[in-house]
Design a binder for this molecule. Sequence first.
Ligand code: SF4
Length: 197
Amino acid sequence: MTRYRSLASLKRDQRGCRLCVEAGYPLESLPVIAPGEGQRAYLFGQAPGIVEGEERRPWRGRAGKTLRRWLELDEDEFYATFYCASVTRCYPGHAPSGRGDRTPTPEEQRLCERWRDAELRLLRPKLIVTVGGLAARRLLGVASVTESVGRRYDFDGVLAIPLPHPSGASSWLNVPANRERVATAVRMIKDALDTLE
Ligand code: SF4
């Protein structure tokens, strides 16, 4: 495991990572890299979508717009506030069913963990926000989005707050009680961000 001394050197290596391709997985982009520097909060999603894969920047598509609307942040504020990471960093392609994107396999998730661990060691964020069920399960060990959204967690001494995925692909957000859970989580995140400034 490489011990990085700066995010710049980490990102330089991350840009060229092909570990999953070498392991035989059919990725459809190069790694998406978190823009900017100096963020004090860490956003941990599932995997880039097709737009993010093309631009190699996180949260560029419709889900990103929804996420920023939830958090009431414009693009500049969003990328200055959050270091945007995810369980895997390359666009995994369409799901075999044709509905949505392929969920990265457990082995891809494991291979990509090295980036997350190195980032958290260097960044030492004051707040972690997970986005979507896979990210919350992977990082916090929670059983489900329904159980976790609206609650606070402790990840190695860092406050962690889960959000659901804002893609609109699931009907979870149509349930009024779940929308209330999201509103509670957003209030918690905004309160936490206020204390970081
Ligand atoms: S998903 Fe992660 S580990 Fe796999 S090739 Fe992309 S950056 Fe590397």
